[in-house]
Design a protein around this ligand. Sequence first.
Ligand code: ATP
Ligand code: MG
Length: 435
Amino acid sequence: MRLSRAFLPTLKETPAEAQIVSHRLMLRAGLIRQTAAGIYAWLPMGWRVLRNVTQIVREEQDRAGAQEVLMPTIQSAELWRQSGRYDDYGEEMLRIKDRGDREILYGPTNEEMITDIFKSYARSYRDLPRNLYHIQWKFRDERRPRFGVMRGREFLMKDAYSFDLTAEAAQHSYRQMFVAYLRTFARMGLKAIPMQADTGPIGGNLSHEFIILAETGESQVFLHKDLLQFDALAEAPNYNADLKPITDFWLSRYAATDEKHDVAAWDAIPEADRVSARGIEVGHIFYFGTKYTAAMGVSVPGPDGANVTPEMGSYGIGVSRLVAALIEANHDEAGIIWPDAVAPWKAAILNLKQGDAATDAMCEAMLAGLPDQAVYDDRAERAGVKFADADLLGFPWQAIIGPRGAAAGRVELKRRATGERHELSVEDALARIRA
Ligand code: ATP
Ligand code: MG
């Protein structure tokens, strides 16, 4: 991608409306553009990051055995009357009428729709267990949309729904998602801590929120300090095996978004081991049994012929919120520092003397060696502007090339995260970036 032709609009001034660093940087680096309150267009760089985040979420859901579908954003009010939630959901639901005066809505979540789909096809216990997910835009008419895509009104969510024959099997499905979430966030370089949570309007009995610690987070969190030291799951586990040993590690140490959740457990932690901090909720999982399947009349013959009402769970990840959370966790005064796993492009190639034949040729060689992985700053700008923009946009590597280096066959390769610099041949620089 040549910067001279790219649509990567940066802002010099800090936008006054942005209160937290991720929102400021997303606007300044041209990732998003607000089009209405809490509603954003994703510009090329933001969209590439969102796609990378989405892809990691997808791979880990698939690995855990969930199957991807795509349900619509628009749902019928009728479906929500079946569960009783149409009236309960309140003002966050965007209710619309079509030309025939029929009530429809922009989905804030999909429990009803997936239950209805499952009901249409489930014939017996052999159709269990199943876990279906989609990655789709949601709309919630938040009272106070703020912090950019952190709390938007339209936002991208991954939501998965499990169906099981027994409560015990449903808990295994819950653990599969619990572990898949640890993996998903770890792959993005994030430390997300599962915390006991309230089930809220989704209802049910077992629930955890996955929280990334950040000063600007909206959730107050309380946890045992051991949980901060633990590195989650470099290797993917066998999802068919017993996952209790993994989940029990997390569940045996106190972590909650509200200290009153379990006063006795919190009080039992030695004072020196208690951590209270703020965090960002990036995922939320629920086991709620037969709440929806019973309300919507789903039942299948079990192995002994008697009818069974399937047990359900639902599992959300705030995919668009994650982009903001990633920036909260990875930035400095100069700008964004993308973790390699989600970076929109791996490298920026900075041409310090546009028009110098050797410099141009070396930049072109670098670009050719990194198809779709590099941004080439070929603009007629001062070196200082190029350095500042590369730091702001946050690509993991900067390949800095000027006439002196080009004459010596050397690229100056800078690592954005550490500021470390090495002089390398084009071949070695390419190898380093690709690794
Ligand atoms: P919150 O407490 O932040 O309002 P929630 O508990 O209402 O979120 P869930 O129903 O659990 O949200 O949705 C699953 C995930 O979707 C959340 O964990 C969060 O990461 C994300 N999410 C929820 N609301 C928003 C929003 N308004 N903007 C961006 N992401 C959101
Ligand atoms: Mg939640």
